[in-house]
Design a protein around this ligand. Sequence first.
Ligand code: SF4
Length: 468
Amino acid sequence: MAGMTMTEKILARHGGKKSVRPGENVWVDVDVLMTHDVCGPGTIGIFHEKFGRNAKVWDGNKVVIVPDHYIFTADEKCHRNIQILRDFVREQGLKYYYDPDFVKNEPGMPNPYKDPTKTNYKGVCHKALPEEGHVRPGEILLGTDSHTCTAGAFGQFATGVGNTDAAFALGTGKTWLKVPPTMKFTFHGQIPAYLTAKDLILAVIGEIGVDGATYRTMYFAGEGISSLTLEDRMTLTNMAIEAGGKNGVCDVDEKTLQYVRKRSNVPHWQVERDDPDAQYIYEHEWDLGTLEPLVAKPHSPDNKDTAYNCRDVKLDRAYVGSCTGGKITDMIFAANILKGNRVKIETYVVPGSTEVHADMRRLNLRGVPKDNNEKSIEDVLLDAGCKLGPSGCAACLGGPSDTFGRLNNAEVCISTTNRNFPGRMGSTKSSVYLASPLTVAASALTGRITDPRDYVSAPIQTGTAGVM
Ligand code: SF4
């Protein structure tokens, strides 16, 4: 019998089977179910309707609720959603809820947290989940958000589900899955200083298209992936869904174990790896030495081109943020390019989580705790003229018209986010180019799409940022 992939092994074990094959349907036990302020209220409504008004969730220690999407807005419907989550958390006695405690039951724009270390609020769910210890190798994570696949960077099966599936899992702790076949993407060599994982995933999606991995596992392999930080690997798996992937995975290594051992709130988990004779439905290889900084042009993540080819594109705005590009390593990449310079266009920066925000104040440009006389990452970005907002999803998906950084007009924006469909970041008249934090920062300095090789000559150190 042929070997199995990591995903097949995880699904088999959680379904109480010795083995599974792609295409097979299997009932599996869910380790963690996550929901947020957009889909949480709908999920809770279905749960109450189908399981009863007095029903209890299957395991209160395995439900994680992270409000993150529409937090900093005066929109009352958004505030009502947060209240529904609060009521449910109280009703069920849930332990893992990250409340935006500064959102009071009163009209108007809430005052954001002053100190990111002194709020229960976290920010974007996909960043908060690993930070708060809810992500472990070999487990199954369901989330009511398509970018739940981000957690596959930690060697787990993580996928987005709709409100109905989430409500079913809330009541039973189970879900029914078809085992996806696996596509293997191998990167050879070490990551060059001018590339980040964003360039790698744009290369993949540009190669296979936005439906190229529909209901498949995307496995990112090779020493090129090992050379990435864990945070950068999250950028790869985050965007698996942009190619239609069911989930994305990376191998578990010392970097993964170090992170998870420090953070996990569960002591035991089981690492799974692909067997040497595991079967892949598709394989493609890249040499990192030959890859160039890339962008995805409007209006699709697979509309790939090189940053150099787009050098005549004039920009109105740059945006650094989201679960894809608002991690602390993304901030370090951007800050190293912006240091000592001034941005030429409006440049919005949104930390992916309050931990990222706190680290932007605590760390220097090399990703280690700063001395008293050193500038922090936040200092460097503010000195360069960036506008810094509180952590959250912000303009990544547009949101209400008062959302920080939202594209309300026909602006052309270069962004570290993951989607550039018409209207994704606000107005349907706007145009969004997706790029790495290096390319976004370099472009912010010139007002045109700029190849970061004009600014990066040596590897950018990120220290233990995002890990310790
Ligand atoms: S940051 Fe953007 S992509 Fe990520 S969860 Fe929020 S809205 Fe979705």
